[in-house]
Ligand binder design. Structure first.
Ligand SMILES: Nc1ncnc2c1ncn2[C@@H]1O[C@H](COP(=O)(O)OP(=O)(O)OP(=O)(O)O)[C@@H](O)[C@H]1O
Ligand SMILES: [Mg+2]
Length: 260
């Protein structure tokens, strides 16, 4: 069953210097319970796509359903069923970790007692229990990232969108996050859509990859299928495969024009 389905999803921005076509038409189908890795060079349109799918940004073209509801006509219904961890985290530095988690749970209408319990559960799952009474402002980058992710999971979303969740995490925390993503999917059937620039992570974690380039889907398939098709063999590196798809490989005889 498709839990996300988009057709020609597009977003342009008007700027003083003209129109930026950030996303030019994305066709995407994501199955329930799938872990989908969204790859693409800087500026490809990944964050813009996630911001549309999470109802934070209105599309300027195309259509999409998320968790069974129309993105544009039923945004509130979509919002209740999804969690979103933005590329730049959004915690309030004045609050303690516990207060931040409880506030988030209260936003989702949990009672005070339920919210306090959920804060403890999430802290346990994301290895934040020892930090519950610390002010958010004192957290390290990786600890903050774990808090962002805990907040995205507060209401047991059907679909979890993670924009570069492991940027800035140490190798141990990164491995811990991979385990967590798998556990959330395996135990709750949660669908996960994540972006990353770490190709080892994409390879390890994703059931399927979608490579976005210049605002459109340039390639999609399982990591093995993409490697065979674009990298030359199932044993090719995802790095070479990615470079073959996006054409960003160094090519002395075929210089790529620099975008201005
Ligand atoms: N509010 C905006 N106004 C104008 N242009 C924008 C706006 N938001 C995004 N863009 C442009 O849209 C394009 C896609 O940006 P987006 O953030 O979606 O890329 P991305 O794939 O997430 O990149 P990265 O890997 O660097 O995070 C970029 O050229 C960006 O400059
Ligand atoms: Mg981005």
């Amino acid at each position: 069953m498709a839990i996300i389905s988009t057709a020609g999803l597009a977003r342009s921005f008007s700027t003083k210097r003209g129109t930026v076509d950030a996303v030019r038409g994305i066709d995407l189908t994501v199955r329930a319970g799938e872990i989908l890795g969204l790859l693409g060079p800087n500026g490809a349109g990944k964050t813009t796509t996630l911001r549309m799918l999470t109802t934070l940004l209105a599309p300027t073209g195309g259509a999409a359903t998320v968790a069974g509801f129309d993105l544009v006509r039923e945004p509130a219904r979509v919002r209740r069923r999804i969690g979103y961890v933005a590329q730049a985290g959004g915690v309030d530095p004045q609050l303690s970790v516990r207060e931040e988690l409880i506030t988030q749970a209260r936003l989702y209408r949990l009672t005070k007692a339920e919210a306090a319990l959920r804060a403890e559960e999430l802290a346990h799952d994301l290895d934040l229990s020892d930090l519950l009474d610390r002010a958010c402002v004192t957290l390290s980058g990786g600890q903050r990232r774990r808090l962002d992710i805990a907040m995205g999971l507060t209401h047991h979303p059907e679909v979890l969108f993670l924009d570069e969740p492991t940027t800035g995490l140490d190798p141990g925390s990164r491995a811990g996050l991979w385990d967590l993503v798998r556990r959330v999917r395996d135990e709750h059937g949660t669908t996960v859509v994540l972006t990353t620039h770490y190709l080892d992570e994409a390879d390890e974690l994703s059931d399927r990859l979608v490579v976005v380039d210049r605002g459109v889907v340039a390639a999609e398939g399982t990591p093995a299928a993409l490697k065979s098709e674009y990298g030359g063999s199932p044993g090719a590196s995802l790095q070479d495969t990615f470079l073959a798809i996006t054409g960003r490989a160094p090519a002395p005889d075929d210089a790529i024009p620099v975008a201005v």
